[in-house]
Design a protein around this ligand. Sequence first.
Ligand code: PMP
Length: 363
Amino acid sequence: MLMSPVFNFSAGPAVLPKEVLLEVQQELTDWHGSGMSVMEMSHRGREFMQIAAEAEEDLRAVMGVPSNHRILFLQGGATTQFAMVPMNLLRGRKHIDFIETGHWSKLAMKEARKFGEVQVAASAEDRGYTYVPAEAEWRLDPNAAYVHYTSNETLGGVEFPYVPTTGDTPLVCDMSSNFLSRPVDVSKFGVIYGGAQKNIGPAGLTIVIVREDLLGQTLPGTPTMFDYKTQAEGDSMYNTPPTFAIYVAGLVFKWIQRQGGLKAIEQRNIEKAALLYETIDTSDGFYHCPVEKTFRSRMNVPFKLTDPGLDEEFIKQAGARNLLQIKGHRVTGGMRASIYNAMPLEGVKALTGFMQEFARSRG
Ligand code: PMP
């Protein structure tokens, strides 16, 4: 029997471009004739300094990061940023405005409450976090230290189709699960942060992009490692950075460039998501997705079988076809297919083909 290829729909750590994995494999024991693996290199050596500088330069080019924004390669995950953002950005103010759109924005809010007064400028709770509240109705406080939103709710599958406008108040975004999935105007942001383990590379690397004028005003008692200014001044090497993860991320940035950049990546992501949502919506109710159409995520597609009694069989049969890790988050149940940049269209076609067949046989 011919083995079907494996397609991995994990929400993160997630699928990486096969091409990049093969490059890593090829260079694993001997990076560019150095006789060393990147894992074995001093972070202050010439070789690794070059790898890190190139990764930063490539990310700057891919995203169009303006020169007055610093790029930091940190550890601790997006969860650490839930605390680092208020520590760095409160700047003597008291209030923080949050847009509450689901699980991850709520966790960010919970952590921020340790440092400042969280104000819910808008919430999607009334309709079960299935949409983004209209920007015109947000109650923004002109004196807030910053406005925080989660551009893509990884669990709920709710994605902002636009970048909000917050005037002079710095805009802060947890971009963990749609980072590099579409072009964004970085100049609109005070801070963008995200864990790497979805669209960027291996777990262990956290990327922070911060506007320079926001540096250097941390809360008293902020640990040195949590001060963006320390990290910026030390070129993210105040201590040992996650060297191997930075190296792999650098290869992913080059891969994105070879794909034609973020515009081309976005077109592919639109096509993949459209195919999957269409399959759900035309299943005569066999499958359904609770998220309002305008706000459906291109990255994480949550869906349910209308008869949850079939969930287990669905997952089992999908697994038999090498369609892996599609079980929904324990909080939401149902299914979730994450279709990040590195998921090829063929993977989505294999999934939708299976979904149609399963619905026909059980519907
Ligand atoms: N924010 C979002 C939107 C996420 O998807 C995740 C991880 N799934 C996190 C924050 C937490 O990230 P980390 O595990 O890197 O701390």
